[in-house]
Design a protein around this ligand. Structure first.
Ligand code: SF4
Length: 569
């Protein structure tokens, strides 16, 4: 069953404003049909019963929009729905997954306050955060009077040449690098977003994903808000514009309190920088400082602390979950706009997304990954001759595994770092080719050996099978695959591009069935308890592990539970 499921507290829903348009691509819909402003007409043009904006035919809180085999209709259903959340089913997220079959982080953000060449600093910071998004990037700067903003498609270094940076004056900057699905709206939704609001000019850049955007957006539109983009971030700016709180910082705090989901945000007005994390602290956001001998310090915020090194900034601390930090000429002030919500930082940042040279959630990523490898060796030892990582992300865990197991570590697979996205368009035939383009075995290290391969995830399984075949084809006698996290069984709704549940091999098959599918001699995953132990530093941290457990920290309703109810209507 294909579909999108909605719940709205007010009993109405704006279908097009609520769904992720990418979800219907490949199901008989073109992107043109998904634009927010033309929903009813466009749906009708597809042969779908025209749906009026507020669903007069009775899409009560909860409803299914079925998009199977290119047809669609709205069906009311009875459900004890209470939370006001957008719910999505198996193809709720963009499904374009690159050739190496990894989950994709959607964004990285940077902010600079008090530097004579803030744009260049933001550029360097984004350069260090490029792994968090390669499809678009943007920098906005402010000089006290004006707010300039330049965005483009491509890598940071391709967009921001010297000439372009020269058009971004001022001592303050925010920047953003984004991974998104391809499509016409990609540049439109590139960030920072600059909005001329009733509260003045505001630029915003956001890492994460709001989960109640449909309801909030519909309410704002009824109140007269006009959206320029389909981005979550603009919802926050519109909430700020519509807030009745007294000061701008109160308006921001008020707005952040109304949205649910994952967001690490940097914002800029003509003369101030703001940085905030959602109350659960899903995505990382750190604060750093550059000491200036002849003036106030430069304050820096970045998704990951690895960005500080290039700027010669010193890591100071993490922005706390539920914290809103403001930087002005007078210095740094902070407030907790939300408290009492359990922390659920994304554990997959430690497993895969973040760079090993970053310190996130109070712990070095390198340390966590090394421990994951060691724990994996303790949990799933096997007789072998060499430990080989699937580069690059499996390297640190493989080093830990090899050391713990007392086995030699060998770079038996070499990654070509110069393969562009040309080869990772979502056509199966091309994707297969992409794996071979990206990885090549080192035959003399593998021939006749019993090999333990270390990787950080199996998503669909097809890539893992190709890698196992590749290693065996290079002469390995045995191939034992070890994964440095538990099986990925559920999609992410918090800013990570995940395939649908039906495409997650661990959601469909047992570990033994996966082993057979990928043709390994043995297969083991790190246990959840083992993973959690590996990611805790000096301070206790609450982690989201929903992609391994299906237990979402925000209020979600399992679509499987209500589908029978829908079918009965
Ligand atoms: Fe991270 Fe997984 Fe939670 Fe998403 S569901 S935030 S990827 S741990």
């Amino acid at each position: 069953m294909s579909g999108l499921l909605f719940q709205g507290v007010e009993g109405v829903g704006d279908l097009s404003a609520s769904f992720r348009s990418e979800a219907l691509e490949g199901h008989g819909f073109s992107r043109a049909n998904m634009e927010f402003k033309s929903e009813a007409a466009a749906l009708a043009a597809e042969g779908i019963p025209a749906l009026e904006r507020n669903f007069p035919q009775g899409l009560k809180p909860g409803g299914i929009f079925s998009a199977a085999d290119g047809t669609a209709k709205a069906m009311p259903f009875q459900s004890a729905g209470t939370p006001a959340l957008l719910l999505t089913t198996d193809h709720c997220s963009p499904t374009t997954v690159a050739a190496d079959d990894k989950l994709r982080e959607e964004c990285g953000v940077i902010a600079i306050h008090g530097h004579p060449d803030a744009a260049r600093q933001a550029y360097l910071g984004l350069y260090a955060l490029q792994h968090r998004g390669q499809e678009s990037a943007g920098i906005a700067t402010a000089d006290g009077q004006h707010l300039a903003n330049i965005k483009g498609m491509g890598l940071v270094s391709e967009i921001f040449t010297d000439d372009v940076l020269a058009k971004l004056p001022g001592p303050m900057a925010i920047g953003h690098t984004r991974y998104s699905t391809t499509g016409d709206s990609a540049l439109l939704n590139a960030q920072p977003i600059r909005v001329d609001s009733t509260k003045g000019l505001i630029a915003i850049a956001h890492n994460g994903n709001l989960v109640n955007l449909g309801n909030v957006r519909a309410r704002l539109e009824r109140d007269g808000a006009y959206f320029q983009t389909t981005s979550d971030s603009e919802i926050i700016v519109q909430l700020i514009a519509h807030s009745k709180a007294g000061t701008l910082v109160d308006c921001i705090a008020d707005s952040l309190g109304q949205v649910e989901g994952a967001f690490s945000i940097v914002m800029m007005t003509r003369d101030r920088i703001f940085a905030a994390r959602d109350p659960r602290g899903f995505r990382p956001l750190s604060m750093g400082r550059i000491k200036n001998a002849d003036g106030p310090d430069t304050i820096v915020f970045a998704s990951e602390s690895c960005a500080f090194d290039l700027l010669r900034a010193t890591y100071e601390r993490d922005v706390l979950p539920g914290e809103l930090v403001m930087v002005t000429e007078d210095g740094v002030t902070s407030r907790q706009y939300a408290s009492g919500v359990p922390q659920s930082s994304c554990i997959f940042e430690h497993v895969y997304f973040a760079r090993p040279d970053s310190r996130i959630f109070g712990r070095w990523v390198q340390e966590s990954r090394d421990q994951m490898g060691r724990q994996l060796a303790r949990e799933s030892a096997v007789s072998a001759d060499v430990v080989v990582p699937v580069p690059d992300s499996g390297v640190t865990a493989a080093l830990g595994y090899a050391e713990e197991a007392g086995l030699p570590f060998r770079m038996g697979l070499i990654r070509n770092h110069y393969v562009g996205r040309t080869f990772i368009e979502p056509e199966q035939r091309v994707r297969d080719f992409g794996v071979r383009l990206k990885l090549n075995p080192v035959r003399n290290l593998l021939e006749g050996k019993r090999v333990i391969l270390i990787d950080d995830s199996i998503i669909r399984g097809t890539t893992s099978r190709k890698i196992v075949r590749m290693v065996r084809g290079a002469g390995a006698k045995e191939v034992h695959l070890r994964i440095s996290c538990p099986p990925t069984v559920s999609p992410c709704f918090y800013g990570v591009d995940t395939p649908s549940k039906r495409d997650l091999i661990a959601a469909q098959k047992s570990i033994e069935e996966i082993r057979q599918f990928i043709e390994a001699d043995s297969l083991s995953y790190l246990s959840l308890g083992g993973l959690l132990n590996c990611c805790v530093g000096e301070e206790p941290v609450g982690y989201c592990t929903a992609c391994y457990t299906g237990n979402y920290p925000t209020q979600w309703v399992d679509v499987e539970e209500i589908l029978p109810a829908a079918a009965a209507v």
